[in-house]
Ligand binder design. Sequence first.
Ligand SMILES: [Zn+2]
Length: 184
Amino acid sequence: MAYAFEIIDSEGRVIDDLWLGHLDRTYVLPNRESCPMYDQIAWCSDCHLFVPAERLYLLDDIEGILQDLRLPQEQMWKRMDTRQLYSPVNEEDLQRQVHDWTIARSWRLMRTSPARCLRCLSTGLHDLQHEGIHTINPETRERFKIRVREHMSMAHQWLYDHEGVPLDAITEDEVVRAWSVRRG
Ligand SMILES: [Zn+2]
């Protein structure tokens, strides 16, 4: 499941849209094990746009998440909430998350590149600065709002190597195009 976001300028006009979905993008490690790619919205200095970007958890964060997943349920829910991560909904989901984060630990140990823009693969990303509900464009200092529009089911899994380079031919631009067509 993915979430569609829209970027809204100070006049209330939708100027751009993008989607995030950690269950739709997957790292495949050299030993063929795989784990979800976590993502976030960032500013790309090559696209000059708000873009979906990789979110590189630190090794310490991943260790912490694995510890949290072993806590009693109530405590675990609180910790996952603080981390803005989904709490496991049942035992099977818990086991899946422990499995995924264990592989994510191996991924983080081998990863060398900084986070990439998922549109153009540049590593020239700026974290977004927030002022209240507004987000600042780091180039023009204009203020924008980012709003969740809907959640969607994606028909495709996007695969990447451990450095965030796509392993299949479909680029993010093609996804965006296909998505725009579907929206009419
Ligand atoms: Zn870019």
